[in-house]
Design a protein around this ligand. Structure first.
Ligand SMILES: Nc1ncnc2c1ncn2[C@@H]1O[C@H](COP(=O)(O)OP(=O)(O)OP(=O)(O)O)[C@@H](O)[C@H]1O
Ligand SMILES: [Mg+2]
Length: 340
């Protein structure tokens, strides 16, 4: 269990480190107003030798040169502690203070989740103007960057890496849906939220947070949390999130891995077609060989066909016809195990 650290008299305060920051100099953690913030670190092997004070000191030194990326909710910084320890710090600007309580409760719940395919949340920092989330740093970046970034042309992902990423992401999502209590619907499955660890093992990130944050106006994230191109049609229409909505988004990820194209790519929507229509036609007409990412020099066509067929099932318009993530994981594992 993660311990709550609201009060200095809390009997369980030893289980986590907490510190109040009366004021901070200009840097990532800065403000014209006087800031009173609270940092909470969850106890783990990575954090046990760190004090919140030491971590806060390093965090205050973060600046633009440490930025790794930015999204609809904020900016992500690389925080290097020493040669072996580094974190990814995400700064979220706040729009609505009423949400703070839920935000903290949710974060404490997330501190409990430890899974090989989920990015670990190590702690957080709460200040009046913004929050910081302190994650494990994923050295190989996001699937989005690997498939669509600069490196995708120089060194395209090979077929077996793509399969490993698909299985890992499915395992992480299946865990959120079926094994962790309470079950978690991700709501924002997309390639920039699938990160890669030092062994190129997929890790699902940003789960459960989508509804608690205010997206920037400029970003593609919609009012119903989620990102255009990945949203299940029924979620887009009704705003009601279900695990089957995540299954649809996972189908989009499979399609991205297979074709190397973004879901918003014009070729998918030619003639007003939807992704689901496109993939169904490819499967029915047996055109998988032509639809596969051109940068893949070598691939086992039978396996490719099977993964296309799974994507097709995940992208069904009727959520009831989509498989569960547990079933998707099983199918992907079977494909990976057979020597076709
Ligand atoms: N734990 C992490 N380790 C390494 N890089 C990360 C980590 N978390 C995020 N990033 C990088 O920072 C980028 C921005 O992440 P962020 O989650 O803020 O936005 P996003 O996922 O691209 O979009 P959105 O905010 O709509 O979910 C990611 O694309 C990823 O490359
Ligand atoms: Mg993200």
């Amino acid at each position: 269990m993660v311990m709550v650290v609201d009060s200095a008299d809390d009997p369980v305060k030893d289980a986590v480190s907490t510190i109040s920051i009366p004021s901070v100099p200009k840097s990532l953690v800065s403000s014209e107003d006087e800031i009173r913030g609270k940092m909470v670190m969850f106890r783990s092997l990575t954090t046990q030798s760190l004090t919140s004070k030491a971590l806060m000191k390093k965090t205050m030194k973060l600046s633009n040169k440490d930025i790794i990326g930015s999204g609809g909710y904020g900016t992500v910084y690389r925080l290097r502690i020493d040669d072996t320890t580094a974190f990814a710090v995400k700064r979220l600007n706040k729009g609505n203070t009423d949400r703070d309580h839920g935000f903290e409760r949710e974060l404490n719940a997330m501190g409990d989740i430890k899974h090989r395919n989920i990015v670990t949340l190590h702690g957080y920092y709460i200040a009046p103007q913004f929050n910081l989330l302190i994650y494990e740093l994923m050295p190989n970046g996001s699937l989005d960057a690997l498939l669509h970034g600069k490196s995708s042309k120089e060194k395209p992902l090979d077929w077996s890496s793509r399969c490993k990423i698909a299985v890992g992401a499915a395992r992480g999502l299946s865990y959120l849906h079926h094994d962790c209590i309470p079950h978690i619907i991700h709501r924002d499955i997309k390639s920039s939220n699938i990160l890669l660890d030092q062994n190129m093992e997929a890790r699902v990130s940003d789960f459960g947070l989508a509804t608690l944050m205010e997206p920037d106006q400029s970003h593609v994230t919609t009012i119903v949390a989620g990102t255009f191109g990945y949203l299940a049609p029924e979620y887009f229409d009704t705003g009601r999130a279900t695990t089957k909505g995540d299954v649809y988004s996972f189908g989009v990820i499979l399609l991205e891995l297979l074709t190397g194209r973004r879901p918003t790519d014009e070729s998918f929507i030619e003639g007003g077609k939807k992704l689901v229509t496109w993939v169904k036609e490819v499967v029915e007409e047996g055109r998988e060989e032509h639809a596969i990412d051109g940068s893949l020099v070598c691939f086992p066509i039978e396996k490719v066909r099977k993964v296309f067929a799974i994507a097709d099932k995940c992208l069904e318009s009727d959520p009831l016809k989509r498989p569960t993530m547990a079933a998707v994981l099983k199918m992907l594992e079977q494909i990976n195990q057979t020597n076709l």
